[in-house]
Write a protein that binds this ligand. Sequence first.
Ligand code: UGA
Length: 443
Amino acid sequence: MVNIAVIGTGYVGTVAAVAFAAIGHQVTGIEVDPVKLSALRTGTVPFHEPGLDERLRHELAQGRISFTDDLAAGVAGTRVVFLCVGTPPGPDGRPDLSMLRAAAAQVGSALADGAIAVTKSTVPIGWGGELRTIIAGTHPAGADARFGVVSNPEFLREGSATHDFLYPDRVVIGGDDEDAVDEVARMYRPILEQTFPGGNRSLQPALIRTDVATAETIKYAANGFLATKIAYINEIARICDSAGADVEIVAEAVGLDHRIERKFLNAGTGYGGSCFGKDLAALSTYGEDHGIELPILDAVNPSNIIQRNQVVGKLRAALGDLTGRRVAILGLSYKPNTDDLREAPSITIVESLLAAGARVVAYDPIVKGLPTAPGIAIARDAYEAATGADAVVLVTEWSEFDDLNFRELSRVMAGDVFIDGRNRLDPAAVTEGGLRYMGMGRR
Ligand code: UGA
């Protein structure tokens, strides 16, 4: 059992805090926002993540997790301090490190002798050096301070975050000090060996021990590749649309090649979320700052925006002028099982529709409004959204949309256009229901 402090209880911090408690460590979560703090203390996670509230309540009841807004008190006496503060994109595409720098300075003044500061936030490559300088600058022992600096990037996906944390493909620990890497690796042993209650002994997560800069680069390389893979299949989908080919069969056939693999070859309305776009932008600015040409990485975000706009292009092709047309949007969150709207394709699609003069009605199982388009109507279910609509667009593949009754949709709609923005549905079933099916690169 190790005493751990987790600074910042956003997505990564809350999941990490709860998961570290679940594998037997003693965790103090540090959160400055009073509303979030009181929610966490009473066992309520301030965002939607399936199963996390129950796990949090369980760990609170076991006494393995507590929360405070007093960073100095939370950090003092802990061996390992995880920095999980947000690094949102700044106006120029570079991550905004102001919150992280402020937290690191406070950590420095409270860090116990020999303790380890671990970065879990996604940070620009090279941040580890800056972290050392910031901590040394505020540490009571000044230049003589003894502490470890480690990078331990996170690969969890929203919607399955706790599962991804406890059953990872790999754990990456980068440090300039072998002892610090050893200590963090020991902390992860219940996950690496799957010995925690509910662990899966047949799973063998890999441990990658490396230096700080390599660990920081691994995070960007993974997200950059996944985003590129999605943008790539979406470009193939555009070719399929033009050629009358079917991207689903292309993806299946291409994915059977073990060197490529089928995962993350789902064509759709483009990727969203707080990570891919931001991390690609950070890679591009790294190239600019260091005089490195990165034409592939530079092209990924622009390609993704083109994909988001395909939906409106398809609607124009089907309906002509969109002025006064009524369009129902099914799904607003950037992916299912989350209430996160950051960089959601729905935002771009709704904005383009409104700019084209269309009337938009949306339904999402969890999200009940778009802050960027407060004027749009929000329906109570898919059928209410579709009532009187000229077209329905499935933007987020929530599982409840798998059971849509197309006859009923067709009955309540004014028109018959159904755009499956996620290639989720059976085109034959939609067509049999009396609707005109249009997928993304799908016959
Ligand atoms: C992503 C990575 O998958 C995680 O490994 C990483 O830890 C995380 O970013 C992060 O850096 O914090 P996440 O954004 O939660 O996780 O969600 P994903 O499941 O990766 O989906 C991202 C977006 O890509 C979604 O909008 C999704 O709909 C889209 N997507 C995904 C596709 O359009 N096609 C696919 O084949 C897969």
